[in-house]
Design a protein around this ligand. Structure first.
Ligand code: IVH
Length: 678
C-alpha cells in the first residue's frame, strides 16, 4: 500500500469508529437501549484514541475523544441568533392559566378546545445548538435573546449531546433546549467540592450556569451536565411539521434528547391536570423544574397568534409556588447539636413557601446573623430549596420597624444551662455540657446508631427522643442495657418491634474499629479520619494511650483534629462510655496495622460504582482508605482506577471516556488482600 492510500485507510477507519461510537452513544443515552456491552464500546473508543494518537492529523473537532474538553480561553465570543431566543410569560395561578387559554381562543376566533403540548419547565439555562449538514458546529447561550455567548467548547463535553445527528439532516438545523445538572449529579458535585474545601453551589441551576460559563472546558467536562431540547431555531432545507409535538418527535429522531414527560393535553382542564400531576411527581424527577410550559400545538395557530415583545402569545409558563417568601421574624432560639454547637433558629410567622408552610428556618451561626443583620421583629425573606432545610436568606431593611431586638448569643446552654463557649475560630458557639446536656445526649446517641456508624435498625430520632426524655438512656452505652420489656412500654412500640430492637442492638456489637471510632462522634472525625485512626493504631488501647504528637502522625490528621481526638478521650465521661461499651460486648476483628508510614496505595484515587457482591461499597472504600488510597465519589482525570460493580452506569462510561483504568470486583479483592496496587 502506498503512503497515500494507507493514510486514506486510516482516515476511513477513524471515521467509521466515530460513527459507530456516536451510534452506540445514541443507543445508550437517548434510547436507553445499548446494543453492545460496555467492554465493546470501550474497545471502539480505545482503538480511536490509539489511532488519533498515532495520527494526530486525523483528530477532528467532532471526535468523541474530544469530549474531555479543549484548552481554556480568555473570553466567550458573541453569537448573533438568526432567530431570536424568546422568553415566556408566566401564569402564577389557575386563573392566570384560564385567562391565557381564553385569550388564545379569542385571538384564533374559535370556541373549540385547544390542543397544547404540556412540558416540564426545566430549571437550567437556555441553549441553542447548531448542526450543519448534521454535524455539531456551535452552541450559544440565550444572552439578551438576540446575542448570546459562544459556548461550543463547553457544550461539546456534554455526553448526551450528539456530535452528529442521526439519519438525513438538513444543511442547517438549530435545536433549542435547556442545559441542566440532574439532582444526583448536583449532590455529588457539591459533596466533592465540600470534601475539597471548595465553594459549593446554591442549587443545580447555578451549578449548570457556572459550568457552562467556564472558560476552561476541561472543568466543564467534569461537570455532570445534561440537556433536553424543546424547540427549534433557524432551519434550512427542511419543512417543519404542522404540530409542535411532531417537531419534538423530529428532534428525538435526530437523536436529540427530549423530556419523556411531555404530553399532549386538551384545553385549560387538561393543562391543569398535567400541572397537578407533574407537581406531585416533582420531587421524584431526576432534574429540577420550576413549573410547566404549555404551547399551542398547531404551528399554523402559533403563527396566527404571533408575539408580544419578548414572548410568544402561544405559550405560557405555569410556575410552581415561589420558593422564597417574606414573613415576620418573631424570635430566634438556639438549637444544640451533637458536638454542642449552637445553631440560631428563626421562629417565623408561618408562611407558605415552595408548597409548604414554614414556621422555622435556620440562621446557620452567629456570624451569619450579623452578616445579614437579622433582628427580631424584622421582615425577612425565607428560602426553601427542594428538601433542604428552609433558611433566612435576607432582611428587607426598608421594612424594618422602629423597634427591633438584637439576636443575643446565650451565655448558657438553653437545654442544660452549661456555659457556652466560642470555638477558637469564633464562628461556632458551643454548649460545654457534653453528656450532661439532654440535647447533646440525643444527638450523640442518634449518631451512634445511624447507618454509617453502628447501623442499629429501629433506633432513630423518635425512639432516642423518648428514651432520653424517659431517663432510660444517657449515653450510647446505656442502649445495651435495654430489654424488650422496657422498650415495649414506650409509646407506639409493640412487643415485636421491641424484640427487633433488642436483636438489632445485639447484632451491632460486632463492628469494625473504624465504625466504632466514627460512632463515638468525636468532633471533626468523619468516616475517613476514623478509618485512618483505626489502621494507624490498630487497637483502641493504642489510640487511648496516644498523646497529641502521636495522633498528629496519622496521615491526613492535622493539629486541630488531633487535639479534638486527644481531648475527647481525656474527658472522663467519654472514657467511661468507651469502657462501658466494651464491657457491653462491643468488639471488632483485629485491624492489620500498616507499618509506620507504609501506605501501599498512597497517591492512588479510586472511584467505586455499581453494586458489589461481596462487600458494601462503604466497607470497600474504608478498606482502600486504610491502605492509603483516596476513595471519591466521581471520576475525574485524577482518578487512578474505577471499580465497577454490577449495573455500573454512567460513571463507568465516563471513566472509560477519560481513559481511566477499570477494575472488577475480583481485582478489588486482590488489591485488598495483597495490599499492593494492581
Ligand atoms: S420554550 C418561544 N419550553 O424557560 C419559546 N422554554 O422562562 C421559548 N424553559 O428561556 C422557550 N423549559 O430557558 C420552553 N419546555 C420548555 C422550557 C423552557 C424551560 C426555559 C427557557 C426559557 C425560559 C423562559
Amino acid at each position: 500500500m502506498s503512503a497515500g492510500s494507507s493514510a486514506k485507510a486510516w482516515r476511513g477507519r477513524a471515521e467509521r469508529l466515530r460513527r459507530d461510537i456516536e451510534y452506540h452513544n445514541y443507543r445508550y443515552y437517548i434510547l436507553d437501549d445499548p446494543q453492545i456491552p460496555d467492554a465493546e464500546w470501550d474497545r471502539l473508543l480505545q482503538e480511536l484514541l490509539t489511532l488519533e494518537a498515532a495520527h494526530p492529523e486525523l483528530v477532528t473537532a467532532d471526535s468523541p475523544t474530544q469530549r474531555v474538553g479543549a484548552a481554556p480561553i480568555d473570553e466567550f465570543a458573541e453569537v448573533r441568533h438568526r432567530v431570536p431566543m424568546l422568553s415566556l410569560d408566566n401564569a402564577l395561578t389557575e386563573e392566570d392559566l384560564r385567562a391565557f387559554d381564553r385569550r388564545v381562543r379569542e385571538r384564533l376566533g374559535t370556541s373549540d378546545e385547544i390542543e397544547y403540548s404540556a412540558e416540564p419547565k426545566l430549571d437550567g439555562l437556555a441553549i441553542s445548538v447548531t448542526y450543519e449538514n448534521g454535524v455539531f458546529v456551535r452552541a450559544a447561550t440565550r444572552g439578551d435573546g438576540r446575542t448570546g455567548e459562544d459556548v461550543t467548547a463547553n457544550v461539546r463535553t456534554i455526553r448526551s449531546l450528539p456530535l452528529h445527528l442521526q439519519g438525513k439532516a438538513p444543511p442547517l438545523f438549530e435545536a433549542r433546549g435547556e442545559v441542566f445538572i440532574p439532582v444526583s449529579g448536583f449532590e455529588r458535585l457539591n459533596a466533592d467540592a465540600a470534601k475539597r474545601g471548595e465553594k459549593i453551589f446554591a442549587n443545580p441551576r447555578n451549578a449548570a450556569a457556572g459550568s457552562l460559563r467556564q472558560l476552561d472546558p476541561r472543568i466543564t467536562a467534569q461537570r455532570p451536565l445534561d440537556i433536553f431540547f424543546y424547540s427549534v431555531g433557524a432551519i434550512e432545507g427542511l419543512e417543519l411539521p404542522a404540530l409542535h409535538s411532531q417537531t419534538l418527535e423530529l428532534l428525538r429522531g435526530y437523536g436529540l434528547r427530549v423530556s419523556p414527560e411531555i404530553r399532549r393535553v386538551r384545553s385549560a382542564a387538561g393543562c391543569l391536570e398535567y400541572y397537578a400531576e407533574i407537581g406531585r411527581r416533582r420531587a421524584s424527577l431526576s432534574y429540577q423544574i420550576d413549573g410547566v410550559v404549555y404551547k399551542v400545538d398547531s404551528v399554523t395557530a402559533q403563527r396566527a397568534l404571533g408575539f408580544v415583545s419578548r414572548a410568544p402569545r402561544w405559550a405560557v409558563a405555569h410556575k410552581f409556588p415561589a420558593e422564597e417568601a417574606s414573613t415576620q421574624l418573631r424570635d430566634v432560639e438556639f438549637q444544640v447539636g451533637r458536638t454542642g454547637a449552637l445553631t440560631p433558629v428563626a421562629r417565623l410567622e408561618p408562611v407558605f413557601v415552595g408548597g409548604v408552610t414554614v414556621s422555622n428556618a435556620t440562621l446557620h451561626n452567629m456570624d451569619e446573623v450579623l452578616r445579614k443583620d437579622v433582628r427580631i421583629g424584622d421582615t425577612v425573606i425565607v428560602r426553601r430549596a427542594g428538601d433542604v432545610i428552609p433558611e433566612v436568606a435576607r432582611v428587607l431593611i426598608e421594612r424594618r420597624p422602629a423597634k427591633t431586638r438584637e439576636v443575643q448569643l446565650p451565655t448558657r446552654c438553653p437545654v442544660c444551662a452549661a456555659p457556652v463557649e466560642r470555638d477558637a475560630d469564633a464562628v461556632v458557639a458551643r454548649c460545654t455540657g457534653g453528656y450532661r446536656c439532654n440535647a447533646q445526649r440525643k444527638e450523640r446517641i442518634r449518631h451512634f446508631a445511624s447507618r454509617r456508624a453502628l447501623d442499629i435498625e429501629g433506633v432513630g430520632e423518635r425512639l432516642v427522643e423518648q428514651l432520653v426524655d424517659a431517663g432510660l438512656v444517657e449515653t450510647p452505652a446505656d442502649l445495651y442495657r435495654l430489654d424488650a420489656a422496657t422498650l415495649a412500654k414506650l409509646e407506639r412500640m409493640g412487643p415485636k418491634s421491641a424484640e427487633n430492637i433488642v436483636s438489632a442492638l445485639q447484632k451491632s456489637k460486632l463492628t469494625t474499629l473504624a465504625r466504632f471510632l466514627f460512632a463515638l462522634g468525636v468532633r471533626d472525625v468523619g468516616e475517613a479520619t476514623a478509618a485512618a485512626l483505626a489502621v494507624h493504631f490498630g487497637t483502641l488501647e493504642q489510640l487511648l494511650g496516644a498523646d497529641l504528637e502521636t495522633v498528629q502522625k496519622v496521615p491526613d490528621i492535622g493539629p486541630v483534629i488531633a487535639r479534638h481526638v486527644v481531648e475527647f478521650f481525656a474527658e472522663p465521661k467519654n472514657y467511661d462510655v468507651v469502657e462501658r461499651l466494651q464491657s457491653a460486648g462491643l468488639h471488632w476483628p483485629q485491624v492489620e496495622i500498616s507499618a509506620e508510614g507504609e501506605q501501599p496505595l498512597a497517591g492512588l484515587t479510586f472511584v467505586l460504582t455499581g453494586t458489589l457482591d461481596t462487600l458494601q461499597r462503604e466497607e470497600a472504600e474504608d478498606a482502600l482508605r486504610a491502605l492509603g488510597a483516596k476513595a471519591v465519589g466521581s471520576a475525574s482525570k485524577k482518578t487512578s482506577y474505577l471499580v465497577a460493580g454490577r449495573d455500573a452506569g454512567s460513571k463507568l462510561r465516563r471513566a472509560k471516556e477519560l481513559g481511566i483504568k477499570v477494575l472488577d470486583e475480583a481485582a478489588l479483592q486482590r488489591i485488598l488482600k495483597e495490599k499492593r496496587p494492581p
